[in-house]
Design a protein around this ligand. Structure first.
Ligand code: SAH
Ligand code: SF4
Length: 344
């Protein structure tokens, strides 16, 4: 079966023409798909033989709402979506002053096994197709009746471990016939798959690369992020420099502060030395506690101390505002609780 919403327009046109339908039908199908229809029957200006052909040869990816939680504090919304094959992914919509941001998943689970991450603890099932990433945005936008203007690829999964589908998604979502969300409004977060960072840089997209660093040296990072054993800190930072040189885009570093693991003054000094001179910004995040691991949030005064030390090295840092703290808004947690309880 053809995953019709993952096709670029020229591919869709070829598909239609190769199957002996006139070219102009491709435009009609493309326009319906971009309107977000969820079945071929809704394409009311198509002849029956084309609808029958599409229904027997193709499918439209959907993200059905299985569960929806709304934060009482800040109206952050978290969805558990069911995909065509019954797999579940999580998506979060946040309302900032400048509009709605969505945090999408790129895989069902993740292979990377970071010890502090709920998704990493649940293992890996499969990668999402481009259309399944798009479907999360369409479903949430439709349900909330809002235009989503910013995307972060920071949900379940490692985007650069699903490179081709993610590139396809990025091109489709920024297409002016589609959701038309520009690259400047997109952030891609990675645990640091170095060769793929070089590859991504070659596309020269205007998106923001966000690197989950979480430790300033190999000894500390090896303990929490297995990927570091393959791509150690110094090779990762070199790739980030290259990314900036090629794209002109400042790199963000995520640093989840874990009590007594990576939050000492000496960690901050090392981080400052590591990032000094690099065009970047550090987001400090108090780690979210996850069932099955005993990591604790750093004390508040550690955040201040970190910022002061980093500033000494002319590295800017801010503490990421936590939204949706009452609804387990960090990805992986809802699915983990839901599937472990057998669904509610
Ligand atoms: N796989 C990608 C993107 C998804 S994870 C990556 O790792 O970057 C999105 C972000 O959430 C990453 O920065 C990740 O390190 C962070 N994260 C995972 N578990 C967390 C937790 N328990 N507390 C705080 N941040 C966490
Ligand atoms: Fe995967 Fe990112 Fe979680 Fe690590 S932090 S296990 S890379 S989703």
């Amino acid at each position: 079966m053809t995953d019709i919403k993952s096709l670029y327009y020229p591919e869709l046109e070829k598909f239609i023409v190769d199957n002996n339908f006139p070219k102009f039908r491709a435009k009609q199908v493309w326009s319906w798909l971009n309107k977000g229809v969820r079945s071929f029957g809704e394409m009311t200006n198509l002849p029956k033989n084309l609808i029958d052909f599409l229904a027997s040869s193709s499918y439209i990816s959907v993200a059905n709402i299985e569960k929806k939680l709304v934060s009482r504090y800040d109206k952050t919304v978290k969805y558990l979506f069911r995909l065509n094959d019954g797999e579940f992914v999580e998506t979060v919509v946040m309302n900032y002053h400048h509009g709605y941001s969505i945090c999408v998943s790129t895989q069902v689970g993740c292979k990377m096994g970071c010890t502090f991450c709920a998704t990493g603890k649940s293992g890996f099932s499969r990668s999402l197709t481009a259309s399944e990433i798009l479907a999360q945005i369409e479903s949430a936008g439709r349900d909330l009746n809002v235009r989503i203007s910013n995307i972060v690829l920071m949900g379940m999964g490692e985007p650069l471990d699903n490179f081709d589908n993610v590139i396809r998604f990025l091109k489709l979502v920024s297409n002016e016939d589609g959701l038309n969300i520009g690259m400047r409004h997109i952030t891609l977060s990675t645990c640091g798959i170095v060769p793929k960072i070089y590859e991504l840089a070659e596309y020269k997209f205007g998106l923001t690369l966000s690197v989950s660093l979480h430790a300033p040296d190999n000894e500390t990072r090896n303990k929490t992020m297995p990927v570091n054993k393959t791509y150690p800190v110094e090779t990762l930072i070199k790739a980030c420099k290259d990314y900036f040189d090629k794209t002109g885009r400042r790199v963000s570093f995520e640093y989840a502060m874990i009590d007594k693991v990576n939050d000492s003054d000496s960690c901050a000094e090392k981080l400052g030395r590591l990032l000094k001179g690099l065009n970047c910004h550090v987001n400090l995040i108090p780690v979210n506690s996850v069932k099955g691991s005993d990591f604790k949030k750093s004390r508040i005064d550690r955040q201040k101390a970190f910022i002061n030390i980093l500033n000494k090295y002319s590295v800017t840092a801010t503490v990421r505002r936590t939204l949706g703290s009452d609804i387990d808004a960090s990805c992986g947690q809802l699915k983990r609780n839901y599937t472990q309880e057998g669904g509610k």
